[in-house]
Write a new protein. Structure first.
Length: 128
């Protein structure tokens, strides 16, 4: 085995010890446009906005009603009961439309899945 020259002469070999440089801090990325939209479509944000939208609808309804009968606007007062009843009336009036649209979408999807899966039987039954 061959020794290194520095050890043969009785001197210690100096090994330079250096720490690696610290990693660079991550670059701040630009906020994508989609993240702002996904923030507004979170369920918590939508649920928090429902009372404000209901209050706005109720206020516009009351202002229109008072304007039709020439009642001054400063006599309008809203209560939580009135806001909830207006929101419920809006939801109930649109619920048949929403239910029928969702049923059409679901049934169309199921029908196309069934037709794709049982194509031979489906066309045989269809043309008999």
């Amino acid at each position: 085995m061959m020794e290194q020259p520095a050890l043969r002469m009785g001197r210690k070999q100096v090994i330079p010890i250096s720490t690696p440089p610290p990693p660079a801090p991550p670059m701040p990325s630009a906020i994508p446009v989609a993240s702002a939209m996904s923030w507004f479509t979170q369920a918590t944000i939508i649920l928090a906005l429902i009372p404000f939208v209901g209050y706005l609808f109720t206020l516009s309804y009351e202002a229109s009603y008072c304007g039709y009968f020439s009642i001054p606007y400063y006599l309008i007062s809203l209560s939580p009961t009135m806001v909830l009843s207006t929101m419920l009336g809006t939801i109930v009036s649109f619920s048949p439309t929403l239910i029928s649209i969702s049923l059409i979408v679901i049934l169309t999807t199921l029908f196309t899945m069934f037709a794709a899966k049982n194509r031979k039987r489906f066309f045989t039954v269809l043309f008999i």
